[in-house]
Design a protein around this ligand. Structure first.
Ligand code: ZN
Length: 209
């Protein structure tokens, strides 16, 4: 697992190098005489602020960043890199009252159980192929394991048009929807699975403009 905190603080060229390992699970290092390919199959987790000061969208603090400042900050992360990240999630500031309240959420143990069950479904699905989990499905596997009914197709079509999703992002939505359906122990991808998967493409929505 590779965790990059404050993603836009990294050099853009450094970030672009991540494209190959994210896509193929390998990295090729080229020197004058040789080029060697190494395994680099990792899960990338990255965190970033909504703007340089960090208070954009926070109801309790004033953000004084200008639009060009926010644009410059976000432009460090290229579209092609964002495209290769499966889930984009906004984590809003939590008010103190909620932080202090004792609320029973999902425990790590029960979350683990759900993940193990979903992985077992995927192990059966991909038996005899090189694929181990949904995120690595080939286009052919997507076609056979992510069949959509008309309602789901229309939902996906509408968001591809509205958000201007690329072909790669479209396939990512299908892989993620397949996983959400697996977590739900549902053989079929239902409209709520597609909707949830689309909601995880938040940064395709250009919220900062
Ligand atoms: Zn700000």
């Amino acid at each position: 697992m590779l965790f990059l905190d404050e993603l836009p603080e990294f050099n853009r060229r450094t970030l672009e190098v991540l494209r190959q390992p994210l896509e193929d699970g390998t990295v090729t290092i080229s020197r004058a005489l040789h080029s060697t390919t190494f395994p680099a199959d990792m899960m990338l987790i990255a965190a970033l602020n909504p703007c340089p000061c960090g208070y954009r969208g926070d109801p309790r603090r004033q953000c004084n960043c200008t639009v060009p400042q926010i644009e410059r900050y976000m432009s460090k992360i290229s579209g092609p890199l964002l495209d290769r990240i499966d889930l984009h999630i906004e984590v809003p500031a939590v008010p103190y009252k909620e932080l202090a309240a004792e609320r029973a959420g999902t425990s790590s143990a029960s979350m683990r159980e759900q993940v193990v069950a979903a992985r077992a479904i995927q192990a059966r699905r991909f038996e005899g192929s090189h694929t181990r989990y949904n995120a690595r499905m080939t286009s052919r596997q997507i076609r056979s394991h992510c069949k959509l009914d008309t309602e789901c197709q229309n939902l996906l079509q509408a968001s591809v048009n509205d958000l201007g999703l690329s072909a790669r992002a479209h396939d990512k939505v299908l892989r993620v929807a397949r996983t959400i359906a697996d977590l739900d122990a549902s053989e079929k991808i239902e409209p709520q699975h597609i909707t949830e998967a689309i909601n995880y493409r938040m940064l395709d929505r250009q919220l900062w403009t």
